[in-house]
Design a protein around this ligand. Structure first.
Ligand code: ACO
Ligand code: ACO
Length: 150
């Protein structure tokens, strides 16, 4: 498996991107403003992430996702570590990521990749999504913000 930047003539894997974020309009915006990277085995796309510049010297990982049939095999960790290394090589000083209060597995993964929790964006998922979202038996309400110095 290799992780490569999506070429300009290639279509972003929307089905995968929508696994990470149920809002097609937000996903479209991220793709326009950021760079899309994909994990490929042969020519099959197994995972994706988008690196989005947000402030001077700061970049955010948005929309990290792995094909459901291939989750739990270490691909997500490889994608997050690849994003960190890419951001470092591009000269960014800080990398950020955010996830729902209910996303226990994602919070574990990001901390295992070196992220620390920094603040809570309270009611983020109430403000930005029309329908209530539930995960692990909890409503997704707040966004946990994490970051690491590069
Ligand atoms: N407790 C402790 N550790 C956990 C837990 C838990 N409950 N759940 C997961 N982990 C750990 C695993 O043990 C593993 O760490 P390890 O290698 O040290 O054992 C790590 O987290 C997960 O590893 P991977 O197998 O690499 O993860 P995977 O390939 O399944 O990808 C991902 C993770 C991207 C979150 C995937 O499940 C997915 O696509 N989910 C749906 C989309 C999604 O929610 N995306 C994130 C939205 S937030 C955002 O995009 C910024
Ligand atoms: N994902 C989703 N839900 C989870 C997860 C998970 N990874 N882990 C636990 N839960 C949920 C369970 O599903 C359950 O909810 P549900 O009833 O809706 O299914 C709930 O959390 C746990 O329920 P209980 O069975 O009532 O918990 P338990 O009797 O095991 O008590 C406790 C929990 C007190 C944390 C116990 O495990 C313990 O004593 N641990 C060691 C001491 C400790 O860590 N104490 C807390 C320190 S912090 C403090 O004291 C403020």
């Amino acid at each position: 498996m290799k992780i490569v930047k999506l070429a300009s003539h290639e279509q972003p894997p929307m089905d995968l991107l929508l696994l990470a974020d149920p809002s097609p309009s937000l996903v479209e915006e991220y793709i326009q403003r950021g760079q899309c990277y994909v994990a490929k085995a042969e020519e099959l796309i197994l995972g994706v992430y988008v690196l989005l510049p947000t402030r001077p010297e700061t970049v955010e990982i948005v929309n990290v996702a792995v094909d459901e049939r291939h989750q739990g095999q270490g691909i997500g960790k490889k994608l997050v570590n690849h994003a960190i290394e890419t951001a470092r090589q591009l000269g960014y000083k800080t990398i950020e990521i955010g996830t729902g209060n209910s996303s226990i597995g994602q919070l574990a993964l990001y901390q295992k990749c070196g992220f620390r929790m920094t603040w809570i964006d309270k009611d983020f998922f109430i403000r930005h999504y029309e329908e209530p979202i539930y995960e692990n038996g909890m409503q997704v309400i707040d966004m946990v913000r994490l970051s690491q110095d590069l």
